[in-house]
Design a protein. Sequence first.
Length: 247
Amino acid sequence: MSKDDLAGAERAVREDLAACYRLAHLYKMTDLIGTHISARLPGPGDRILINQFGCLFNEVTASNLVEVTLDGEVLTPGARINPAGYLIHSTVHAVRHDVVSVMHTHTAAGVAVSAQEHGLLPISQHALLVGKRLAYHDYEGVALLDAERETLARDLGDKEVLILRNHGLLTVGETVGEAFWLMMQTQRACEIQIAALSGGAPLRMLGEDIQELVHQQGYKLDGNPNGTLDWIALRRDLDRVSPDYRD
């Protein structure tokens, strides 16, 4: 890859990631300056982009994202990152070389389901779209201890969605758009579950056979990462309502 091609590829990743932050804000999946979305940079070395500590998601732009190595070296002069966010994201990027983007949220519905002993129930199409991709990770306190790197990597394994018990949700994708699409499906599944449980009526569980069928029907349609067409449409909408994410 030429120098110009590499610069163009990095710019594309920066714009995708900044767009993801803005969309998380628009879809109300933020927690003040907490939680993070990261993306792997193309080119030599293991480097990722993550938000600057202290920025709200609607303040993130392509140019103010922070470049950091998986060894913790901040390459953006004067920038500061959240150590808890860095531990989670750098761990996933280090062990999953197929992953370009990692998204983590603390939404009310996501945390609520993460606190339920039975986890995500097979009661909706949204739940079935992520159910076979799903794993769980027990809460170990604020993610500041290096010992959690091992358990986090172990529990995620080869899955694409992780429910962090008593904490929140995490998704990974081959693209930024896929990580966002998976988060949207998981978030909606959690919202549906909380609403269904609050109604008090017995729930209708979907069987293993239909769970497998929906997984096969909805997994990487046409061989592309899930959310590919959604992401094009979402970027188009974002260009209308909040185009400064590209700055």
